[in-house]
Design a protein around this ligand. Structure first.
Ligand SMILES: *Cc1c(COP(=O)(O)O)cnc(C)c1O
Length: 359
């Protein structure tokens, strides 16, 4: 068996310890005589899996009692519609557009009401987070929407926007569990798990209870009402059962590593190694305004397309894979999620140094 250093933006690297434990339990989960993939989601043994996963997540994020945790399907993209369908009571919402995912959510919001773009960083290829301290937010907006960590562009909000009393809704797909958060500041925090938590197919929605109502937009399908899933503890229909099981294992791994405070420290150390190198390199340059840099996704360029391509190719041959940047930014992007070991980043930087010397 040989494992690579996987810098993919998602689906992405998972802790080896978790993968090994899942492999060991594959044929016979804890004496049940079957794999978690094969068992009823109504069984007692599965009930323990999903309840423990929720309890561990609640503990990790210190989720207040007046919030529900929902394990849903449809990916983060399904939430782009589900949020307005459930929350746009006044048919108006404010969107801060800081990248492609925020833009997609904003465009989807337009299908259901008036989605108002209150700030954007598109003028400079989304390379910064706009000043959100005093935005012109419509009085009757039902929520203010952000994408907290911009996976493609490598920016992250260091302070949350001033929503002027409006409900904050945040897509945290690519920074989920990467650092402590104050859940009480949000109405909804949600994310697809395939970036930092588990296998694709699960989206976790943490939602304040007062936002869960029958009063959804007309025609909202039963499956797209938060209430349906909240009332049934995420077991209205068959949930993405195996994916939730892996998420639960990752929650336990994070707890063992010391929780979100330790994760943040670990992530800051890793990101510093890469950013410090980029700041002194004469070949590689970071593409993001320094104060807005993400701890998770680090885009960089050489400024020469051919040299970028050569780097990507040689990096791959050396075992650093999925490092090609998004086509809208070009160059490279190293995603260094929770499960990327520090050693992976150190070795990548050593490789970059060598490449710089040789080219
Ligand atoms: C990957 C990603 C998405 C899309 O996730 P899907 O699960 O593929 O729908 C949305 N938002 C952010 C921030 C992402 O990184």
């Amino acid at each position: 068996m040989s494992r690579v250093y996987n810098f993919s933006a998602g689906p992405a690297v998972l802790p080896e310890e978790v993968l090994r434990a899942a492999a060991e339990e594959m044929m016979d989960y804890k004496g049940s005589g079957m794999s978690v993939m094969e068992m009823s989601h109504r069984s007692k043994v599965y009930d323990t899996i999903i309840k423990e996963a929720e309890a561990d997540l609640r503990e990790l994020m210190n989720i207040p009692d007046n919030y529900k945790v929902l394990f849903l399907q449809g990916g983060a993209s399904q939430q782009f519609a589900m949020i307005p369908m459930n929350l746009m009571k006044h048919k108006k919402a404010a969107y801060i557009v800081t990248g492609q995912w925020a833009k997609k959510a904003y465009q989807e919001g337009q299908l259901y009401g008036e989605a108002v773009k209150v700030a954007s960083s598109e003028d400079e290829t989304f390379s910064y987070i706009p000043d959100c301290s005093d935005l012109d937010i419509p009085e009757d907006a039902d929520y203010v929407y952000i994408c907290e960590n911009n996976t493609i562009y490598g920016t992250k909000y260091k302070t949350l926007p001033n929503t002027k009393g409006h409900t904050l809704v945040a897509d945290v797909s690519s920074c989920f569990l990467s650092e402590p958060v104050d859940v009480s500041k949000y109405g909804i925090i949600y994310g697809g798990v395939q970036k930092n938590i588990g296998p694709a197919g699960v989206v976790i929605v943490i939602i304040r209870e007062d936002l869960i109502t029958e009063d959804t937009l007309p025609g909202t399908p039963t499956m797209l009402k938060y209430k349906t899933h909240a009332d049934a503890d995420s077991l209205y229909n068959t949930p993405p059962a195996y994916g939730i099981y892996i998420c639960g294992k990752v929650f336990k791994w994070i707890k063992k590593m010391g929780g979100l405070t330790a994760m943040k420290q670990h992530n800051e150390e890793k990101a510093k190694i890469l950013y410090d190198f980029l700041d002194q390199s004469s070949m590689f340059k970071g593409t993001v305004r320094k104060e807005d840099r993400s701890l998770m996704n680090v885009p960089f360029v050489t400024g020469d397309k051919d040299l970028d391509a050569k780097f990507v190719k040689e990096a791959e041959a050396a075992g650093f894979v999925n490092i090609k940047g998004h086509r809208t930014v070009g160059g490279m992007r190293a995603s260094i999620y929770n499960a990327m070991p520090k050693e992976g980043v150190e070795k990548l930087v050593a490789f970059m140094k060598k490449f710089e010397e040789e080219n």
